[in-house]
Design a protein around this ligand. Structure first.
Ligand code: C5P
Length: 314
């Protein structure tokens, strides 16, 4: 039986994950100002949902949870969702039209690629809404134009990122990993953290440091091995700009986490734990003022999870 036009779905919700950089090796800046990266991404179970519906014009509404500061969201005209729509519409020569709702759970300007997740989800959702049938290759290319982390938000899982982070390939991952994430109440500017990296490391090698140990640890599935191999070249500059992050990392490790790490350019701090129960214990200690914690928002997430994918249509 052939579906009638009015029976076809007209509303799509696409979910996209946050990321953690398990290894973030940074080299000296290139001529275009970007830094060559050798990074291992992991997609973790904190998600933003992007819903698109047909509309004659263009609108983007963003909803944030209570603990998030809506004031940190970029203005509509700068929003990466609108830029994603512009690039996809231009690629196919179709008008940019639709009503978009973004429901955020990934910290804004937190080093977990929340904006990149929104862009990836918007590309997948709008491609369905407009019926443009973009190839995977074209989607990844448009994603790379939008930002260094956007291609990873499309593929998810655990992946090696090279170039400026936009060239992604799957790596073997034998574990289910448990993380505690502590967002900050103030975002940190990624360009500012990279600039501070340049100031602190004026003789950084052109080639970023390799991730062989980390890749072997991921393939082993052993949390202690992964903890020992975690590495982030942006951690020192992020802590130099926000010294309290160093204290938070110490507190998480004192609470029993296998290892604390700044996520990407920060300021979100993530803590690797050995099991779901262990993660809940560490989270409870960090949230408890009597335990020296006092962090109002402490999240637990597992990895690796899928990249941007359709979760609902109506
Ligand atoms: O690619 P994206 O727009 O996410 O990058 C944001 C900023 O982060 C860039 O403008 C640049 O200052 C910095 N960056 C960098 N090297 C990278 C990725 C990002 O210097 N590999």
């Amino acid at each position: 039986m052939t579906a009638r036009f009015e029976d076809l779905p007209a509303q799509f919700t696409v979910r996209a994950p946050a990321k953690i950089n398990l290894h973030l090796g940074v080299g000296a800046p290139r001529e275009d100002g970007y830094h060559p990266l050798l990074t291992v991404y992991q997609a973790v179970g904190l998600h933003d949902d992007v819903t698109v519906r047909p509309a004659p014009d263009w609108s983007v509404e963003v909803a944030v949870p209570d603990w998030m500061d809506a004031g940190q969201l970029p203005r509509l005209e700068d929003n990466i969702v609108t830029r994603a729509a512009d690039l996809l519409a231009a690629h196919h020569g179709v008008p940019r039209a639709g009503a978009v709702d973004v429901v955020k759970a990934i910290p804004v300007a937190g080093g977990m690629a929340g904006g990149s997740a929104d862009a990836a989800a918007a590309l997948v959702a709008l491609d369905r809404l407009w019926g443009t049938g973009t190839t995977d290759e074209d989607l990844l290319r448009i994603a790379a134009e939008l930002g260094s982390d956007v291609p990873f938000a499309l593929i998810g899982g655990s992946a090696l990122g090279t170039g400026r982070g936009e060239l992604v390939q799957r790596v073997e991952d034998a574990g289910t990993w448990w993380w505690v994430a502590v967002p900050s109440d103030r975002g940190l500017s990624t360009p500012q953290v990279y600039r501070h990296f340049d100031e602190l490391s004026p003789h950084a090698p052109a080639q970023p440091p390799p991730a062989d140990d980390l890749i072997a640890a991921l393939a082993s599935g052993v949390p202690e091995a992964l903890a020992a191999a975690l590495h982030n070249d942006l951690q020192e500059p992020a802590i130099a700009l926000r010294p309290e992050l160093g204290d938070l990392l110490d507190r998480g490790e004192a609470a029993g986490a296998l290892r604390g790490l700044i996520s990407g350019s920060g300021p979100t701090c993530v803590f690797l734990c050995s099991s779901p129960d262990h993660a809940r214990e560490v989270a409870a200690t960090l949230a408890d003022p009597d335990g020296g914690g006092d962090h109002p928002t402490v999240l637990v997430a597992n990895g690796a999870v899928s990249g941007a994918h359709l979760v609902e249509y109506a």
